[in-house]
Design a protein around this ligand. Structure first.
Ligand code: FES
Ligand code: MG
Length: 593
């Protein structure tokens, strides 16, 4: 098919730059400068689609660095199908390397890419996705501009191994830190164990935010079917890069745009897939942001309404045992979607990047390894989606119930009179630095019924919202056999963490949320039957605390360290609604020819 799709009468967007009879002066200027790396005038004026490759790989972004290689095959596909490839850089976002947090840069990369796609002669774009925030940043920008776009994942790393056992990205860090606390390994052993989880090029091989968002980009229809899970070093990854290049050219000819793919049905499909894969708690933040930029109604409550009942099918760390290579061999996203289709849980008519519907792409895809992807009838866990909790601590926060351990259930959830409610004593930290300085301080009297709170970690308080809500218990408690305490906070948490946390609390303390009023020693009650979370503090006392906080000028947080931190703080919304730059939402589908 490729290369033979009929040329439409619709003029290409790039014609306004390269072949505009009404303005031959500017046309000449545009052409001479794009000629100077060796393209010919005939090529630029031949009516061939100009396809951007939005390159997120660089030396600063090791997770996505392999895209530099893959782009060569993508270019060959674009050329084969009759297009012309133009590769350009995207602001780097390295999840593990960026201070204070990579969350700050999602909206910056978004803004930069919107300007690039809007302002340059591009008819379509290949979005090179991978490391956590690169996926939402690029999809969000493509949604705002709304030129034909297809995502290409860099793929996960190969499985990590240590002494015959799988070691997974991020998840091994939490485990290794426990072993270090117990004195079972020393510091060099700690580093060696952690490094074993990263044996090759690619993104995190666990079901962290990267695997989650790449899977969801496929479930949304923005990638070729079956492509998300292919490990980065596999030959199949090179082939899908080529096929993605072929396909984007025809998408331009068909004028198949993000707004045709990213419908409400597509988002609801993605919510259900997220539950079935055991996806990251960052997914609601990023998908809600994407929905807002493409103009689709999607609320935090939709995550519970459509996602909560769906069971966990994918047996990947941190919720399960396996890693990225296993996920691919078991069938990846199409096998998961196929299981959900059989239950009537997928809107099969949702359009996807290959021009076919999600149902056409995925129906009857067999599971190749039922240890890794379970059939719907025998899941790993029932009800694997998120709960949305509310109360006087926040107007919304989410909880991933599938990671609650049996040990935790015994400790907190076994009161026969009220099996889904638990109470604890709050210990409150103001930001990650405060937590690290004080967690092991015996004066805090943390025991196995303490609830740890992290505040000052939201989009404004810790600009970008830090992944710090999953807090390690004090070393003395770990040694005593209590490995995790419930954590609540207005920040995010790494998708590689298996902590029983209530997070993404909105509004955050820094903008006057209830968390700002909480004090160490307060009793807190979580009731999973009513989906509520409250501090058990009388209303008069809360009013007095509120007045005192206002008199002190509000909840204090650290100064901005860079211009972008200040700009983002002034414009960003809360995690519940995607933490987008609020003024940006007014600009939708802005591409002009
Ligand atoms: Fe980049 Fe996990 S740190 S994918
Ligand atoms: Mg992360």
């Amino acid at each position: 098919m490729h290369g033979k799709a009929p040329q439409t009468d619709r003029p290409l967007r790039s014609k306004a730059w390269f072949d505009n009879p009404a303005n031959i002066d500017m046309t000449a200027l545009y052409i001479e400068r794009y000629l100077n790396f060796g393209l010919s005038q005939e090529e630029l004026q031949s009516g061939r689609p100009i396809i951007g490759i939005a390159q997120t790989g660089s030396d600063l972004s090791p997770c996505n660095r392999h895209h530099i290689e893959l782009a060569k095959r993508t270019r060959e596909g674009i050329r084969e199908a009759g297009g012309i490839a133009i590769e350009f850089p995207v602001h780097p976002i390295q999840e593990t390397g960026k201070r204070p947090t990579a969350g700050l840069d999602r909206n910056l990369a978004y803004l930069g890419l919107v300007e690039t796609l809007y302002g340059y002669p591009l008819d379509g774009v290949v979005l090179t996705i991978g490391c956590d925030k690169t996926t939402p940043a690029l999809l969000m920008a493509a949604a705002t501009v709304n030129i034909p776009a297809i995502a290409l994942s860099v793929g996960p790393m190969l499985n990590g191994w240590y002494k015959g056992e799988r070691t997974g990205s991020g998840t091994i860090v939490w485990k290794a830190r426990e072993l270090l606390a117990k004195g079972e390994i020393d510091y060099p052993g700690f580093v060696k164990l952690v490094a074993s989880s990263a044996p090759s090029t690619g993104y995190c091989n666990t079901m962290g935010t990267a695997t989650t968002m790449n899977s969801l980009a496929e479930a949304l229809g923005m990638q070729l079917p079956g492509s998300a899970a292919i490990p980065a070093p596999y030959r199949d990854r090179q082939e899908i890069a080529y096929r993605t290049g072929l396909r984007i050219v025809d998408m331009v000819r068909e004028d198949l745009k993000p707004s045709d793919i990213l419908t409400r049905d597509a988002f609801l499909n993605a919510i259900r897939v997220n539950s079935a894969i055991g996806g990251s708690t960052n997914a609601p933040v990023h998908l809600n942001a994407l929905a807002r930029h493409v103009g689709v109604e999607l609320s935090i409550d939709d995550w519970q309404t459509y996602g909560e009942e769906v069971p966990l099918l994918v047996n990947l760390q941190p919720a399960g045992e396996y890693l990225g290579e296993d996920y691919y061999h078991a069938g990846g996203v199409p096998a998961v979607v196929s299981q959900l289709i059989e239950q009537g849980l997928i809107a099969e008519g949702a359009m996807t990047a290959n021009g076919r519907t999600l149902g056409e792409n995925c129906r009857d895809t067999p599971i190749a390894d039922e240890a890794v992807i379970r059939p719907y009838a025998t899941p790993l866990k029932e009800k694997a989606g998120f709960r949305v909790l509310r109360g006087n601590l926040f107007s919304s926060a989410i909880m991933k119930t599938s990671v609650i351990s049996p040990e935790f259930r015994d400790r907190y959830l076994s009161n026969p009179a009220d099996p889904e409610a638990f109470e604890g004593r709050a210990v409150v930290f103001d930001g990650p630095e405060d937590y690290h300085a004080r967690i092991d301080d015996p004066a805090l009297a943390i025991d196995e019924t303490t609830i740890l709170f992290m505040r000052g970690a939201g989009p404004v308080g810790y600009p970008g919202a830090a992944e710090v809500v999953n807090m390690r218990a004090p070393d003395y408690l770990i040694k005593a056999g209590v490995s995790a305490l419930p954590c609540i906070g207005d920040g995010r948490q790494s998708g590689t963490s298996g902590s029983p946390s209530i997070l993404n609390a909105s509004p955050e303390a820094a903008v006057g949320g209830g968390l700002a009023l909480l004090r160490t020693g307060d009793r807190v009650r979580i009731d999973l039957k009513r989906n509520s979370a409250d501090m058990l503090v009388p209303e008069e006392e809360l009013a007095a605390r509120r007045a005192a906080l206002a008199a002190a000028g509000g909840y204090a947080y650290p100064e901005s360290q860079t211009p972008w931190q200040e700009i983002q703080r002034a414009l960003v919304g809360q995690l519940e609604t995607g933490a987008v730059l609020e003024p940006a939402v007014r600009y939708q589908r802005i591409a002009q020819t």
